[in-house]
Design a protein. Structure first.
Length: 591
Protein backbone atom coordinates (compact mmCIF):
# COMPACT_ATOMS: atom_id res chain seq x y z
CA UNK A 1 0.00 0.00 0.00
CA UNK A 2 2.88 2.36 0.77
CA UNK A 3 4.22 1.89 -2.77
CA UNK A 4 0.80 2.73 -4.28
CA UNK A 5 0.50 5.79 -2.06
CA UNK A 6 3.98 6.95 -3.05
CA UNK A 7 3.27 6.51 -6.77
CA UNK A 8 -0.03 8.39 -6.46
CA UNK A 9 1.68 11.24 -4.60
CA UNK A 10 4.42 11.40 -7.21
CA UNK A 11 1.91 11.46 -10.10
CA UNK A 12 -0.15 14.10 -8.30
CA UNK A 13 2.97 16.21 -7.86
CA UNK A 14 3.84 15.82 -11.54
CA UNK A 15 0.29 16.77 -12.54
CA UNK A 16 0.34 19.89 -10.35
CA UNK A 17 3.78 20.78 -11.70
CA UNK A 18 2.66 20.50 -15.34
CA UNK A 19 -0.56 22.39 -14.68
CA UNK A 20 1.28 25.15 -12.80
CA UNK A 21 3.85 25.49 -15.57
CA UNK A 22 1.11 25.64 -18.21
CA UNK A 23 -0.87 28.23 -16.22
CA UNK A 24 2.22 30.35 -15.67
CA UNK A 25 3.24 30.14 -19.34
CA UNK A 26 -0.25 31.01 -20.59
CA UNK A 27 -0.39 33.98 -18.24
CA UNK A 28 2.97 35.25 -19.43
CA UNK A 29 1.92 34.88 -23.08
CA UNK A 30 -1.32 36.74 -22.40
CA UNK A 31 0.53 39.61 -20.73
CA UNK A 32 2.91 39.85 -23.66
CA UNK A 33 0.06 39.65 -26.19
CA UNK A 34 1.38 38.98 -29.68
CA UNK A 35 4.72 40.67 -28.96
CA UNK A 36 6.51 37.34 -28.52
CA UNK A 37 5.38 36.14 -31.95
CA UNK A 38 6.31 39.48 -33.49
CA UNK A 39 9.81 39.26 -32.04
CA UNK A 40 10.20 35.72 -33.25
CA UNK A 41 9.54 36.32 -36.92
CA UNK A 42 10.56 39.97 -37.29
CA UNK A 43 13.78 40.07 -35.29
CA UNK A 44 15.57 36.95 -36.50
CA UNK A 45 17.47 38.28 -39.49
CA UNK A 46 20.75 36.91 -38.08
CA UNK A 47 21.42 33.52 -36.41
CA UNK A 48 22.77 35.18 -33.25
CA UNK A 49 19.56 37.17 -32.82
CA UNK A 50 17.59 33.99 -33.45
CA UNK A 51 19.38 32.12 -30.67
CA UNK A 52 19.01 35.04 -28.23
CA UNK A 53 15.33 35.50 -28.99
CA UNK A 54 14.65 31.77 -28.80
CA UNK A 55 16.35 31.73 -25.39
CA UNK A 56 14.44 34.81 -24.17
CA UNK A 57 10.99 33.73 -25.35
CA UNK A 58 11.40 30.20 -24.00
CA UNK A 59 12.60 31.56 -20.66
CA UNK A 60 9.37 33.58 -20.49
CA UNK A 61 6.87 30.93 -21.55
CA UNK A 62 8.81 28.10 -19.84
CA UNK A 63 8.47 25.65 -22.72
CA UNK A 64 10.82 24.93 -25.60
CA UNK A 65 8.08 22.79 -27.16
CA UNK A 66 5.66 25.75 -27.17
CA UNK A 67 8.28 28.00 -28.77
CA UNK A 68 9.08 25.40 -31.43
CA UNK A 69 5.39 24.76 -32.17
CA UNK A 70 5.00 28.52 -32.66
CA UNK A 71 7.98 28.54 -35.01
CA UNK A 72 6.60 25.56 -36.96
CA UNK A 73 3.48 27.67 -37.57
CA UNK A 74 5.58 30.56 -38.91
CA UNK A 75 7.63 28.32 -41.20
CA UNK A 76 4.50 26.48 -42.31
CA UNK A 77 2.85 29.77 -43.32
CA UNK A 78 5.98 31.03 -45.09
CA UNK A 79 6.60 33.94 -42.69
CA UNK A 80 9.92 32.47 -41.60
CA UNK A 81 12.66 30.55 -43.37
CA UNK A 82 13.91 27.19 -42.11
CA UNK A 83 17.38 28.61 -41.39
CA UNK A 84 15.88 31.28 -39.10
CA UNK A 85 13.87 28.58 -37.32
CA UNK A 86 17.00 26.50 -36.60
CA UNK A 87 18.59 29.39 -34.69
CA UNK A 88 15.43 29.98 -32.65
CA UNK A 89 15.17 26.27 -31.80
CA UNK A 90 18.78 26.31 -30.58
CA UNK A 91 17.92 29.24 -28.35
CA UNK A 92 14.78 27.46 -27.12
CA UNK A 93 16.93 24.54 -25.98
CA UNK A 94 18.94 26.93 -23.81
CA UNK A 95 15.85 28.79 -22.57
CA UNK A 96 14.14 25.65 -21.32
CA UNK A 97 17.01 25.03 -18.89
CA UNK A 98 16.02 28.20 -16.98
CA UNK A 99 13.10 26.27 -15.47
CA UNK A 100 15.54 24.06 -13.56
CA UNK A 101 16.97 27.11 -11.83
CA UNK A 102 13.48 28.36 -10.92
CA UNK A 103 12.71 24.93 -9.43
CA UNK A 104 15.72 25.30 -7.14
CA UNK A 105 13.62 27.84 -5.23
CA UNK A 106 11.37 25.01 -4.06
CA UNK A 107 14.30 23.60 -2.07
CA UNK A 108 14.93 26.77 -0.07
CA UNK A 109 14.08 25.96 3.51
CA UNK A 110 14.61 27.49 6.90
CA UNK A 111 13.81 26.84 10.52
CA UNK A 112 13.27 30.32 11.85
CA UNK A 113 13.52 34.06 11.27
CA UNK A 114 14.19 35.43 7.79
CA UNK A 115 15.15 31.97 6.49
CA UNK A 116 11.64 30.76 7.34
CA UNK A 117 10.10 33.67 5.43
CA UNK A 118 12.25 32.85 2.38
CA UNK A 119 11.42 29.13 2.43
CA UNK A 120 9.70 27.51 -0.58
CA UNK A 121 6.43 27.05 1.32
CA UNK A 122 6.35 30.75 2.27
CA UNK A 123 7.13 31.86 -1.29
CA UNK A 124 4.42 29.54 -2.71
CA UNK A 125 1.89 30.73 -0.14
CA UNK A 126 2.59 34.41 -0.84
CA UNK A 127 2.36 33.83 -4.62
CA UNK A 128 -0.94 31.93 -4.21
CA UNK A 129 -2.52 34.61 -1.98
CA UNK A 130 -1.50 37.53 -4.22
CA UNK A 131 -2.43 35.62 -7.37
CA UNK A 132 -5.88 34.73 -6.03
CA UNK A 133 -6.56 38.33 -4.97
CA UNK A 134 -5.55 39.64 -8.39
CA UNK A 135 -7.72 37.07 -10.18
CA UNK A 136 -10.77 37.68 -8.01
CA UNK A 137 -10.65 41.41 -7.32
CA UNK A 138 -8.91 43.04 -10.27
CA UNK A 139 -10.96 44.40 -13.18
CA UNK A 140 -8.01 44.84 -15.52
CA UNK A 141 -7.13 41.89 -17.74
CA UNK A 142 -3.37 42.51 -17.39
CA UNK A 143 -3.61 42.18 -13.59
CA UNK A 144 -5.76 39.06 -13.93
CA UNK A 145 -3.10 37.53 -16.19
CA UNK A 146 -0.45 38.51 -13.60
CA UNK A 147 -2.59 36.65 -11.05
CA UNK A 148 -2.52 33.58 -13.29
CA UNK A 149 1.27 33.78 -13.45
CA UNK A 150 1.56 33.87 -9.66
CA UNK A 151 -0.99 31.08 -9.18
CA UNK A 152 0.82 28.98 -11.75
CA UNK A 153 4.11 29.56 -9.96
CA UNK A 154 2.55 28.62 -6.59
CA UNK A 155 1.02 25.41 -8.02
CA UNK A 156 4.34 24.54 -9.67
CA UNK A 157 6.15 24.93 -6.34
CA UNK A 158 3.57 22.80 -4.52
CA UNK A 159 3.89 20.14 -7.21
CA UNK A 160 7.67 20.07 -6.74
CA UNK A 161 7.28 19.75 -2.97
CA UNK A 162 4.84 16.84 -3.48
CA UNK A 163 7.29 15.09 -5.82
CA UNK A 164 10.13 15.57 -3.34
CA UNK A 165 7.96 14.30 -0.47
CA UNK A 166 6.82 11.28 -2.49
CA UNK A 167 10.34 10.10 -3.34
CA UNK A 168 11.92 10.96 0.06
CA UNK A 169 11.39 7.45 1.51
CA UNK A 170 13.26 5.92 -1.44
CA UNK A 171 16.63 6.83 0.07
CA UNK A 172 16.05 4.02 2.58
CA UNK A 173 15.15 1.48 -0.14
CA UNK A 174 17.97 -0.91 -1.22
CA UNK A 175 15.90 -1.98 -4.26
CA UNK A 176 15.66 1.60 -5.46
CA UNK A 177 19.36 2.20 -4.97
CA UNK A 178 20.10 -0.94 -6.98
CA UNK A 179 17.76 0.16 -9.78
CA UNK A 180 19.38 3.59 -9.93
CA UNK A 181 22.81 2.00 -10.25
CA UNK A 182 21.67 0.37 -13.50
CA UNK A 183 21.04 3.81 -14.99
CA UNK A 184 24.61 4.93 -14.31
CA UNK A 185 25.45 3.14 -17.55
CA UNK A 186 25.09 5.52 -20.53
CA UNK A 187 22.61 3.71 -22.79
CA UNK A 188 19.99 2.71 -20.12
CA UNK A 189 20.28 6.19 -18.60
CA UNK A 190 19.73 7.97 -21.91
CA UNK A 191 16.83 5.67 -22.77
CA UNK A 192 15.23 6.44 -19.40
CA UNK A 193 15.55 10.18 -20.08
CA UNK A 194 14.01 9.79 -23.55
CA UNK A 195 11.10 7.60 -22.43
CA UNK A 196 10.33 9.58 -19.28
CA UNK A 197 10.25 12.91 -21.17
CA UNK A 198 8.26 11.46 -24.09
CA UNK A 199 5.60 10.29 -21.61
CA UNK A 200 5.53 13.53 -19.60
CA UNK A 201 5.82 15.66 -22.79
CA UNK A 202 7.96 18.14 -20.87
CA UNK A 203 11.73 18.39 -20.42
CA UNK A 204 11.17 20.70 -17.45
CA UNK A 205 9.02 18.08 -15.69
CA UNK A 206 11.72 15.44 -16.19
CA UNK A 207 14.37 17.77 -14.78
CA UNK A 208 12.02 18.47 -11.87
CA UNK A 209 11.72 14.76 -11.10
CA UNK A 210 15.50 14.39 -11.24
CA UNK A 211 15.88 17.30 -8.84
CA UNK A 212 13.35 15.69 -6.50
CA UNK A 213 15.28 12.41 -6.63
CA UNK A 214 18.55 14.23 -5.97
CA UNK A 215 17.21 15.42 -2.60
CA UNK A 216 17.18 11.78 -1.40
CA UNK A 217 20.98 11.76 -1.70
CA UNK A 218 20.78 8.64 -3.85
CA UNK A 219 21.52 10.29 -7.22
CA UNK A 220 25.12 10.49 -8.38
CA UNK A 221 26.59 12.40 -11.31
CA UNK A 222 27.06 9.12 -13.19
CA UNK A 223 23.31 8.44 -12.90
CA UNK A 224 22.08 11.98 -13.63
CA UNK A 225 24.27 12.83 -16.62
CA UNK A 226 23.01 10.23 -19.16
CA UNK A 227 19.40 10.87 -18.12
CA UNK A 228 19.86 14.61 -18.77
CA UNK A 229 21.36 13.78 -22.18
CA UNK A 230 18.24 11.76 -23.07
CA UNK A 231 15.72 14.29 -21.77
CA UNK A 232 16.25 16.67 -24.72
CA UNK A 233 15.54 13.93 -27.28
CA UNK A 234 12.35 12.89 -25.46
CA UNK A 235 11.15 16.49 -25.48
CA UNK A 236 11.00 16.31 -29.29
CA UNK A 237 7.95 14.01 -29.07
CA UNK A 238 5.24 16.71 -28.64
CA UNK A 239 6.95 18.85 -31.27
CA UNK A 240 6.93 16.01 -33.82
CA UNK A 241 3.26 15.33 -33.04
CA UNK A 242 2.40 19.02 -33.52
CA UNK A 243 3.94 18.97 -37.01
CA UNK A 244 1.44 16.42 -38.28
CA UNK A 245 -0.56 18.16 -40.98
CA UNK A 246 2.08 20.85 -41.54
CA UNK A 247 3.75 21.28 -44.91
CA UNK A 248 7.24 19.93 -45.57
CA UNK A 249 9.03 22.99 -44.21
CA UNK A 250 6.94 22.75 -41.04
CA UNK A 251 7.88 19.08 -40.65
CA UNK A 252 11.53 19.92 -41.32
CA UNK A 253 11.38 22.45 -38.48
CA UNK A 254 10.11 19.78 -36.08
CA UNK A 255 12.82 17.41 -37.30
CA UNK A 256 15.48 20.06 -36.61
CA UNK A 257 14.37 20.14 -32.96
CA UNK A 258 14.96 16.39 -32.75
CA UNK A 259 18.26 16.56 -34.67
CA UNK A 260 19.69 19.28 -32.40
CA UNK A 261 19.08 17.26 -29.25
CA UNK A 262 20.04 13.98 -30.90
CA UNK A 263 23.37 15.43 -32.08
CA UNK A 264 23.95 16.90 -28.62
CA UNK A 265 23.23 13.60 -26.87
CA UNK A 266 25.40 11.50 -29.17
CA UNK A 267 28.24 14.04 -29.37
CA UNK A 268 28.66 14.62 -25.64
CA UNK A 269 28.09 10.97 -24.79
CA UNK A 270 30.93 9.98 -27.14
CA UNK A 271 33.26 12.74 -25.92
CA UNK A 272 32.51 12.32 -22.20
CA UNK A 273 32.63 8.54 -21.99
CA UNK A 274 35.65 8.24 -24.34
CA UNK A 275 37.66 10.67 -22.23
CA UNK A 276 36.44 8.96 -19.04
CA UNK A 277 37.75 5.62 -20.31
CA UNK A 278 41.27 7.05 -20.16
CA UNK A 279 41.05 9.69 -17.40
CA UNK A 280 38.46 8.11 -15.04
CA UNK A 281 36.69 11.22 -13.79
CA UNK A 282 36.73 11.27 -9.97
CA UNK A 283 33.41 13.14 -9.69
CA UNK A 284 31.23 10.40 -11.22
CA UNK A 285 30.28 8.99 -7.81
CA UNK A 286 29.67 12.45 -6.34
CA UNK A 287 26.09 12.95 -5.11
CA UNK A 288 24.23 15.72 -6.95
CA UNK A 289 21.68 18.19 -5.62
CA UNK A 290 18.96 20.27 -7.37
CA UNK A 291 21.35 23.15 -8.13
CA UNK A 292 23.88 20.79 -9.68
CA UNK A 293 21.15 19.17 -11.81
CA UNK A 294 20.14 22.64 -13.09
CA UNK A 295 23.80 23.50 -13.77
CA UNK A 296 24.54 20.26 -15.66
CA UNK A 297 21.41 20.74 -17.77
CA UNK A 298 22.28 24.36 -18.63
CA UNK A 299 25.95 23.64 -19.40
CA UNK A 300 25.02 20.68 -21.61
CA UNK A 301 22.50 22.72 -23.63
CA UNK A 302 24.72 25.82 -23.99
CA UNK A 303 27.70 23.68 -25.02
CA UNK A 304 25.56 21.86 -27.62
CA UNK A 305 24.43 25.16 -29.16
CA UNK A 306 28.01 26.49 -29.22
CA UNK A 307 29.18 23.39 -31.11
CA UNK A 308 26.25 23.24 -33.56
CA UNK A 309 25.82 26.98 -34.20
CA UNK A 310 28.43 27.21 -37.03
CA UNK A 311 26.72 24.27 -38.76
CA UNK A 312 23.25 25.82 -39.12
CA UNK A 313 23.46 25.74 -42.98
CA UNK A 314 24.51 22.06 -42.84
CA UNK A 315 21.64 21.21 -40.47
CA UNK A 316 19.27 22.91 -42.90
CA UNK A 317 20.69 20.84 -45.77
CA UNK A 318 20.34 17.64 -43.74
CA UNK A 319 16.70 18.41 -42.92
CA UNK A 320 16.04 19.13 -46.61
CA UNK A 321 17.73 15.85 -47.55
CA UNK A 322 15.80 13.78 -44.99
CA UNK A 323 12.46 15.29 -46.06
CA UNK A 324 12.87 15.67 -49.80
CA UNK A 325 10.88 17.96 -52.08
CA UNK A 326 8.58 16.39 -54.66
CA UNK A 327 8.00 17.84 -58.13
CA UNK A 328 4.95 19.66 -56.73
CA UNK A 329 6.99 21.13 -53.88
CA UNK A 330 9.58 22.42 -56.35
CA UNK A 331 6.76 23.96 -58.38
CA UNK A 332 5.46 25.72 -55.26
CA UNK A 333 8.99 26.93 -54.53
CA UNK A 334 9.26 28.37 -58.04
CA UNK A 335 5.84 29.98 -57.64
CA UNK A 336 6.88 31.78 -54.47
CA UNK A 337 10.16 33.01 -55.99
CA UNK A 338 8.37 36.27 -56.86
CA UNK A 339 8.52 37.27 -53.18
CA UNK A 340 12.29 37.63 -53.44
CA UNK A 341 11.66 40.59 -55.75
CA UNK A 342 10.19 42.60 -52.86
CA UNK A 343 13.59 43.71 -51.63
CA UNK A 344 13.35 46.13 -48.70
CA UNK A 345 16.49 48.00 -49.75
CA UNK A 346 14.66 49.14 -52.91
CA UNK A 347 12.08 51.02 -50.81
CA UNK A 348 14.48 53.96 -50.86
CA UNK A 349 13.98 54.10 -54.65
CA UNK A 350 10.20 54.13 -55.24
CA UNK A 351 10.47 53.85 -59.03
CA UNK A 352 12.49 50.62 -58.73
CA UNK A 353 10.30 49.27 -55.92
CA UNK A 354 7.14 49.88 -57.98
CA UNK A 355 8.73 48.06 -60.91
CA UNK A 356 9.29 45.04 -58.66
CA UNK A 357 5.74 45.27 -57.29
CA UNK A 358 4.31 45.29 -60.82
CA UNK A 359 6.21 42.10 -61.62
CA UNK A 360 4.95 40.41 -58.46
CA UNK A 361 1.34 41.47 -59.04
CA UNK A 362 1.52 40.20 -62.62
CA UNK A 363 2.78 36.90 -61.21
CA UNK A 364 -0.14 36.88 -58.79
CA UNK A 365 -2.62 37.43 -61.63
CA UNK A 366 -1.19 34.42 -63.50
CA UNK A 367 -1.64 32.22 -60.43
CA UNK A 368 -5.21 33.46 -60.01
CA UNK A 369 -6.08 32.77 -63.67
CA UNK A 370 -4.71 29.22 -63.47
CA UNK A 371 -6.47 28.49 -60.20
CA UNK A 372 -9.84 29.74 -61.45
CA UNK A 373 -9.49 27.49 -64.49
CA UNK A 374 -8.40 24.58 -62.26
CA UNK A 375 -11.37 25.04 -59.92
CA UNK A 376 -13.88 25.39 -62.77
CA UNK A 377 -12.65 22.13 -64.31
CA UNK A 378 -13.45 20.34 -61.03
CA UNK A 379 -17.17 20.93 -61.62
CA UNK A 380 -17.25 18.74 -64.72
CA UNK A 381 -14.28 16.46 -63.99
CA UNK A 382 -13.51 16.10 -60.28
CA UNK A 383 -10.03 15.00 -59.21
CA UNK A 384 -8.86 14.83 -55.61
CA UNK A 385 -5.30 15.66 -56.67
CA UNK A 386 -6.48 18.73 -58.61
CA UNK A 387 -8.63 19.83 -55.65
CA UNK A 388 -5.67 19.63 -53.26
CA UNK A 389 -3.56 21.61 -55.71
CA UNK A 390 -6.27 24.26 -56.00
CA UNK A 391 -6.32 24.67 -52.21
CA UNK A 392 -2.54 24.82 -52.06
CA UNK A 393 -2.43 27.49 -54.74
CA UNK A 394 -5.09 29.47 -52.87
CA UNK A 395 -2.74 29.59 -49.88
CA UNK A 396 -0.04 30.90 -52.22
CA UNK A 397 -2.40 33.59 -53.58
CA UNK A 398 -3.18 34.70 -50.03
CA UNK A 399 0.56 34.94 -49.38
CA UNK A 400 0.95 37.13 -52.47
CA UNK A 401 -1.71 39.49 -51.16
CA UNK A 402 -0.21 39.62 -47.66
CA UNK A 403 3.43 40.14 -48.64
CA UNK A 404 2.72 42.58 -51.48
CA UNK A 405 0.26 44.54 -49.35
CA UNK A 406 2.81 44.87 -46.52
CA UNK A 407 5.48 45.99 -48.99
CA UNK A 408 3.18 48.59 -50.56
CA UNK A 409 2.26 49.97 -47.13
CA UNK A 410 5.96 50.41 -46.34
CA UNK A 411 6.45 52.06 -49.74
CA UNK A 412 3.53 54.44 -49.15
CA UNK A 413 5.46 56.00 -46.25
CA UNK A 414 8.29 57.07 -48.56
CA UNK A 415 8.44 60.36 -50.44
CA UNK A 416 6.93 59.78 -53.90
CA UNK A 417 5.51 61.67 -56.88
CA UNK A 418 1.73 61.90 -57.30
CA UNK A 419 2.00 59.37 -60.13
CA UNK A 420 3.84 56.88 -57.91
CA UNK A 421 1.35 57.36 -55.06
CA UNK A 422 -1.44 56.67 -57.54
CA UNK A 423 0.27 53.46 -58.66
CA UNK A 424 0.61 52.28 -55.05
CA UNK A 425 -3.14 52.83 -54.54
CA UNK A 426 -4.02 51.01 -57.76
CA UNK A 427 -1.82 48.05 -56.85
CA UNK A 428 -3.37 47.79 -53.39
CA UNK A 429 -6.83 47.71 -54.97
CA UNK A 430 -5.68 45.22 -57.60
CA UNK A 431 -4.20 42.70 -55.17
CA UNK A 432 -7.39 42.95 -53.10
CA UNK A 433 -9.52 42.07 -56.13
CA UNK A 434 -7.15 39.31 -57.22
CA UNK A 435 -7.21 37.79 -53.75
CA UNK A 436 -11.02 37.84 -53.68
CA UNK A 437 -11.21 36.15 -57.10
CA UNK A 438 -8.85 33.53 -55.68
CA UNK A 439 -11.14 33.08 -52.67
CA UNK A 440 -14.18 32.46 -54.88
CA UNK A 441 -12.17 29.99 -56.99
CA UNK A 442 -11.27 28.19 -53.77
CA UNK A 443 -14.94 28.21 -52.78
CA UNK A 444 -15.88 26.58 -56.10
CA UNK A 445 -13.26 23.89 -55.46
CA UNK A 446 -14.55 23.35 -51.92
CA UNK A 447 -18.15 22.91 -53.13
CA UNK A 448 -17.09 20.35 -55.74
CA UNK A 449 -15.09 18.50 -53.06
CA UNK A 450 -18.11 18.45 -50.76
CA UNK A 451 -20.32 17.22 -53.60
CA UNK A 452 -17.87 14.40 -54.28
CA UNK A 453 -17.67 13.49 -50.58
CA UNK A 454 -21.46 13.44 -50.14
CA UNK A 455 -22.28 11.93 -53.52
CA UNK A 456 -24.18 15.01 -54.73
CA UNK A 457 -24.61 15.31 -58.50
CA UNK A 458 -26.59 17.70 -60.69
CA UNK A 459 -29.18 16.79 -63.30
CA UNK A 460 -28.15 16.63 -66.96
CA UNK A 461 -30.00 19.89 -67.73
CA UNK A 462 -28.32 21.67 -64.82
CA UNK A 463 -24.88 20.46 -65.94
CA UNK A 464 -25.47 21.63 -69.50
CA UNK A 465 -26.40 25.11 -68.29
CA UNK A 466 -23.42 25.15 -65.87
CA UNK A 467 -21.01 24.25 -68.69
CA UNK A 468 -22.10 27.32 -70.66
CA UNK A 469 -21.59 29.59 -67.64
CA UNK A 470 -18.24 27.94 -66.85
CA UNK A 471 -16.88 28.79 -70.30
CA UNK A 472 -18.13 32.38 -70.00
CA UNK A 473 -16.46 32.78 -66.60
CA UNK A 474 -13.25 31.22 -67.89
CA UNK A 475 -13.08 33.65 -70.83
CA UNK A 476 -13.91 36.60 -68.59
CA UNK A 477 -11.09 35.74 -66.16
CA UNK A 478 -8.61 34.98 -68.98
CA UNK A 479 -9.37 38.31 -70.67
CA UNK A 480 -9.19 40.21 -67.40
CA UNK A 481 -5.81 38.76 -66.47
CA UNK A 482 -4.43 39.18 -70.01
CA UNK A 483 -5.50 42.85 -70.12
CA UNK A 484 -4.05 43.37 -66.62
CA UNK A 485 -0.71 41.72 -67.42
CA UNK A 486 -0.30 43.45 -70.79
CA UNK A 487 -1.94 46.79 -69.86
CA UNK A 488 -4.35 46.17 -72.77
CA UNK A 489 -6.90 48.97 -72.61
CA UNK A 490 -8.90 47.64 -75.55
CA UNK A 491 -9.30 44.18 -74.02
CA UNK A 492 -10.15 45.64 -70.60
CA UNK A 493 -13.09 47.50 -72.18
CA UNK A 494 -14.72 44.15 -72.99
CA UNK A 495 -14.73 42.91 -69.39
CA UNK A 496 -17.75 44.86 -68.17
CA UNK A 497 -20.11 43.68 -70.99
CA UNK A 498 -18.88 40.09 -70.55
CA UNK A 499 -19.38 40.31 -66.76
CA UNK A 500 -22.94 41.55 -67.45
CA UNK A 501 -23.48 38.45 -69.60
CA UNK A 502 -22.13 36.22 -66.81
CA UNK A 503 -24.48 37.92 -64.34
CA UNK A 504 -27.40 37.33 -66.74
CA UNK A 505 -26.40 33.68 -67.09
CA UNK A 506 -26.32 33.35 -63.30
CA UNK A 507 -29.88 34.68 -63.08
CA UNK A 508 -30.98 32.14 -65.70
CA UNK A 509 -29.19 29.36 -63.83
CA UNK A 510 -31.02 30.29 -60.62
CA UNK A 511 -34.36 30.47 -62.41
CA UNK A 512 -33.78 27.06 -64.00
CA UNK A 513 -32.80 25.66 -60.61
CA UNK A 514 -36.03 26.92 -59.01
CA UNK A 515 -38.00 25.31 -61.82
CA UNK A 516 -36.26 21.97 -61.30
CA UNK A 517 -36.90 22.21 -57.56
CA UNK A 518 -40.61 22.75 -58.18
CA UNK A 519 -40.66 19.68 -60.43
CA UNK A 520 -38.85 17.59 -57.80
CA UNK A 521 -35.90 16.98 -60.15
CA UNK A 522 -33.40 18.01 -57.46
CA UNK A 523 -33.38 18.28 -53.68
CA UNK A 524 -32.34 21.05 -51.27
CA UNK A 525 -28.76 19.75 -50.85
CA UNK A 526 -28.21 19.84 -54.59
CA UNK A 527 -29.84 23.26 -54.68
CA UNK A 528 -27.59 24.72 -51.97
CA UNK A 529 -24.44 23.52 -53.75
CA UNK A 530 -25.73 24.75 -57.12
CA UNK A 531 -26.54 28.21 -55.76
CA UNK A 532 -23.14 28.51 -54.09
CA UNK A 533 -21.38 27.79 -57.38
CA UNK A 534 -23.54 30.30 -59.26
CA UNK A 535 -23.01 33.01 -56.63
CA UNK A 536 -19.24 32.47 -56.86
CA UNK A 537 -19.43 32.96 -60.66
CA UNK A 538 -21.27 36.24 -60.17
CA UNK A 539 -18.87 37.55 -57.53
CA UNK A 540 -15.85 36.69 -59.69
CA UNK A 541 -17.46 38.85 -62.40
CA UNK A 542 -17.76 41.81 -60.01
CA UNK A 543 -14.06 41.67 -59.13
CA UNK A 544 -13.06 41.27 -62.79
CA UNK A 545 -14.97 44.50 -63.52
CA UNK A 546 -13.14 46.22 -60.65
CA UNK A 547 -9.78 45.06 -62.05
CA UNK A 548 -10.64 46.31 -65.52
CA UNK A 549 -11.47 49.66 -63.93
CA UNK A 550 -7.99 49.72 -62.36
CA UNK A 551 -6.46 49.25 -65.80
CA UNK A 552 -8.46 52.16 -67.23
CA UNK A 553 -7.58 54.35 -64.25
CA UNK A 554 -3.91 53.61 -64.84
CA UNK A 555 -4.33 54.89 -68.39
CA UNK A 556 -6.15 57.92 -67.03
CA UNK A 557 -2.95 58.83 -65.15
CA UNK A 558 -0.73 57.90 -68.11
CA UNK A 559 1.26 60.84 -69.58
CA UNK A 560 -0.70 60.51 -72.83
CA UNK A 561 -3.94 61.21 -70.95
CA UNK A 562 -5.05 64.36 -69.20
CA UNK A 563 -3.85 64.05 -65.61
CA UNK A 564 -6.75 65.98 -64.09
CA UNK A 565 -9.50 64.13 -65.96
CA UNK A 566 -11.97 62.90 -63.36
CA UNK A 567 -13.86 60.52 -65.65
CA UNK A 568 -12.45 57.12 -66.51
CA UNK A 569 -12.85 56.29 -70.18
CA UNK A 570 -15.93 54.08 -70.67
CA UNK A 571 -17.70 52.45 -73.59
CA UNK A 572 -20.53 54.31 -75.20
CA UNK A 573 -23.96 52.77 -74.79
CA UNK A 574 -23.86 51.51 -78.37
CA UNK A 575 -20.39 49.96 -77.98
CA UNK A 576 -21.43 48.28 -74.74
CA UNK A 577 -24.57 46.86 -76.36
CA UNK A 578 -22.61 45.51 -79.35
CA UNK A 579 -20.08 43.66 -77.18
CA UNK A 580 -22.80 42.47 -74.80
CA UNK A 581 -24.87 41.07 -77.67
CA UNK A 582 -21.82 39.29 -79.11
CA UNK A 583 -21.10 37.49 -75.86
CA UNK A 584 -24.78 36.80 -75.18
CA UNK A 585 -25.06 35.02 -78.51
CA UNK A 586 -21.82 33.15 -77.90
CA UNK A 587 -22.98 31.87 -74.51
CA UNK A 588 -26.65 31.33 -75.18
CA UNK A 589 -28.18 28.60 -73.03
CA UNK A 590 -30.93 28.04 -75.60
CA UNK A 591 -28.53 27.08 -78.39
Amino acid sequence: MEVVSMILSLLCGVSLFLFGMSLMGDGLKSVAGNKLESFLYKMTNTPVKGVLLGTGVTSVIQSSSATTVMVIGFVNSGMMKLRQAIAIIMGANIGTSITGWILCLSYIDGSNGIAKLLSSSSIAAAAAIIGTLLKMLSKHSAKKHAGSILLGFAILMVGMQMMSGAVAPLKESPAFMKALTMFSHPIPGMLLGIVMTAILQSASASIGILQALSVTGALSFAMAFPIILGIGVGAACPVLISSIGANKNGRRTALVYLLNDLFGMVLWAIIFYTVNAFVHFPFLDMKVNPVMIAAINSIFRIATVCILFPFIPKIEQLAMWLIKDTAEDLEDLADSADFDLLEERLLQYPALALGQVNRVVRGMSKKVRKNVSRSLSLITDYSEKRFEKAQRKEDLIDKYESKTGDYLMLLSKKEMTSRQTWQVTLNLRAIGDLERIGDYASNIARVTHQNNEEGISFSEDAMQDLKVAIEAVREMVNNTMASFQNHDLHLSMQIKPLAAVVSELCEKLKAGHILRLSRGECDLKQGAAFNELVNSFDRIGSHCVALSGAIRREYQEHPDYHVHSAKVEELTEEQFKTIYTHFMEKYSMNA
